[in-house]
Design a protein around this ligand. Sequence first.
Ligand code: GTP
Ligand code: MG
Ligand code: ZN
Length: 410
Amino acid sequence: MTAPPRQPGPYGDPKNPYGLPPAQDGRTQQYGQQPRAFGQQYGQPAPGPSVTCPYCLNTIDWQDFGTVPLIRETTEGPEVLTRALGESDERWRHRTLGAKRQCRGDGEPHYLPADYGELEPLIIGIVGASAAGKTHLLTSMIAQLERRRAMLAGELTFRPLDGRLRQRFYEDRVRPFLEHRRVLARTARSDRPEFAYGLRVASAHTGRSHAVVFFDVAGEHFVGHEYEATPFMSLVDGLIYVADGSGLRSGDRWNPWPPEPGFAAAIAQLTDAPSRGPVPAVIVVAKSDVLDGVADDETVTRWIGRQDETRLADLRTAKLESREAFQFLRRRGAELWLEPFQPGSPVTLHFASASGVPQLPDRELGAFPDDGFGPKRVLRPLLSLFSMTGLVPAIEMEEPPGPPPPPLYY
Ligand SMILES: Nc1nc2c(ncn2[C@@H]2O[C@H](COP(=O)(O)OP(=O)(O)OP(=O)(O)O)[C@@H](O)[C@H]2O)c(=O)[nH]1
Ligand SMILES: [Mg+2]
Ligand SMILES: [Zn+2]
């Protein structure tokens, strides 16, 4: 068999499409490691021939356009794009705008953003039970991150990884939820989870360009331990564990037996692969608006009203919040929500609310009220995750007073 043809990448110099010789293994540095040297030009993509497909987990040679062809969607189906001899850069670039790479690693064709393999991936998974509030939280996080990009100027510059994915995310999620205060539909089950969103991020701290991608699947997959539906868990660089804060209350009282958060399958998937090392994570007590103003425990009330996500340095109180949230959850019988705290794991805990208010009592309306509507502290967990994964510099956090709480399970 002859070797499959090699072609220039859609954005590269046809003679040397990747600029630099392959050097990296396509993975993101782990928490605690030194950031990579600044020797490389700022914003220069990290070339790597060997990429793990985030959908099928097969290793693919990104420079092999024979096995991972460049594809354009047409009304007749996918069309393979090849560069004609002598085709100008401008025409080739134009023809490949919006193109994707097709992987068939497991037999079924699936599509990745055209330059995914030239960027260093940072894969973020959202974990939690059905209706925990994952999708509303992710929607407000992304929207807030993009709106407040100025606060990260100097640290990160970003743009959508995939224009169509952005358009879909804004049409289906951001606009209905944040502009029209509609309740979003629950996430459909899927045998092949795809990125819910993706950002192309240039980090001054790492000196590299990253594909920061988010997976948001139906909570049923986690609750049912359906590992085959969450392959991305084998690759994640950061996790957002979402627990439903409203589950702590039952009417006007504290619920004596808060519901399981649906974290067990994700934790099992991580601990079964110990060679990966600890994965930075945040635990978010979502829907914290319902815990605001509760008379006999003011912990959430003290945190949820704060304006403490206007600059990166605000994270210096993240350990204090984590400690208080930890003790609060333990007091409320929600020890299972704390399970992602493993020895040596970089984890912070946060109170947040995607909508700021519960949806209107008439469920048929499927809407949130005008009064009090708006995300609260949704960006803070994401910034903490960015800091723990090394995308932005680590912030020196204030140490909480007193001894740390005794461990839960060990
Ligand atoms: N009070 C309050 N309710 C919320 C908030 N966010 C979501 N909800 C409610 O929680 C319900 C479930 O939210 P989703 O974001 O769809 O939950 P999910 O975890 O994505 O659920 P699955 O997709 O089924 O796994 C919504 O229908 C809203 O009514 C919030 O910030 N505050
Ligand atoms: Mg969902
Ligand atoms: Zn694949």
